[in-house]
Design a protein around this ligand. Structure first.
Ligand code: NAP
Length: 288
């Protein structure tokens, strides 16, 4: 059997950004509006700093007005909520996010609840999550949107396929499952209490791993020809990024697979920008 097709998230994300940059130029020319995105980073978590920098760079490259605010790791919850309020009320900001994780004295749920749903670039607010759960649109979280785009690179019609999503977080696992239901897949959500996980995974025509345990998904968990999407990111002892899937084993069995790095990560940022662009048009009542 031939090796799996590698689903190149870096290249796909670059093409999304090129298209978006064109749309930004058009929006400015027709309506005089620049989409504005803001990110709040609290503390000095090294991975979060890398993500925030990457988001700011990508936003500036596509022509967005990009704002980054920082608070120290000692910041009180009310200071974080104040910045959220500032972004909610800033007419130049159309979408924003608070980078997670937050320091322990700040309740992430209270912070997410304070975000205006019409500016919720990450789609974590309960209003957007609820709309997504009912298949009524809203802002879908960026990583699941990226996951779906990558799956569609391998196959456009997903109707009737068996999909297994490992992980049930509100940011990745659950919304990914919702999007796959929307594509008419038969979806199983697995998690830490799932029995016989390898057997469950082997049923999948589409397998999405969003756990955060290095190389947990082995080659013999994969149905021959399956589409495998690896969301997990773990830093190995040598500081290299490792996914949830044992890539070298899996690529011998899968039909298509995402690498780590260069798979879901770049698509997450591209989809975050797409979300913000859509929010900008909504806020200005621009249709089409
Ligand atoms: P999370 O909130 O920690 O959720 C992890 C999920 O994995 C939970 O539902 C947990 O089950 C499940 N799990 C843990 N151990 C398991 C096991 N042994 N067997 C089966 N399921 C198990 O993490 P997350 O925010 O969803 O992120 C998941 C991974 O994706 C992380 O590595 C994260 O860094 C990465 N990520 C990557 C991107 C990107 O852009 N590439 C974006 C977001 C996240 P329970 O619910 O039962 O505890």
């Amino acid at each position: 059997m031939s090796e799996a097709r590698i689903l190149d998230g870096k290249a796909l994300a670059a093409s999304v950004r090129v298209k978006l940059a064109g749309q930004v130029v058009e929006l400015k020319a027709k309506h005089g509006i620049s989409p504005g995105i803001a990110v709040l980073l609290v503390g000095e978590d090294p991975a979060s700093q890398v993500y925030v920098r990457a988001k700011g760079k990508a936003a500036a490259e596509v022509g967005f007005h990009a704002v980054e605010r920082r608070l120290p790791a000692t910041a009180r919850e009310r200071e974080v909520l104040q910045v959220v309020d500032d972004f909610n009320n800033d007419p130049k900001i159309h979408g924003f996010l608070v980078q997670l994780p937050l320091p322990k004295q700040v309740d992430p749920q209270r912070v997410i609840d304070a975000i205006d749903p019409s500016k919720d670039a990450d789609g974590f607010h309960v209003v957007n999550a609820g709309l997504g759960a009912q298949g009524r649109g809203g802002v879908a979280p960026a990583t699941p949107r990226g996951v779906l785009e990558l799956i569609k690179l391998a196959r456009s019609d997903l109707g009737g396929l068996e999909a297994v999503v490992i992980g049930r977080s509100i940011s990745v696992g659950r919304p990914t499952a919702q999007l796959l239901i929307g594509e008419n897949c038969t979806v199983t959500i697995a998690h830490s209490r799932t029995r016989k996980l390898a057997d469950v995974a082997r049923r999948a025509d589409i397998l999405v791993a969003a756990v955060g345990r290095a190389e947990m998904v082995r080659g013999d968990w994969i149905k021959p020809g399956a589409i495998v999407i690896d969301v997990g990111i773990t830093r190995g002892a040598d500081n290299k990024l490792v996914g949830d899937v044992a890539f070298d084993e899996a690529k011998q069995i899968a039909g298509a697979i995402t690498p780590v790095p260069g798979g879901v990560g770049p698509m997450t940022i591209a989809c975050l920008l797409q979300n913000t662009f859509a929010l900008c048009k909504n806020l200005h009542g621009i249709v089409g």
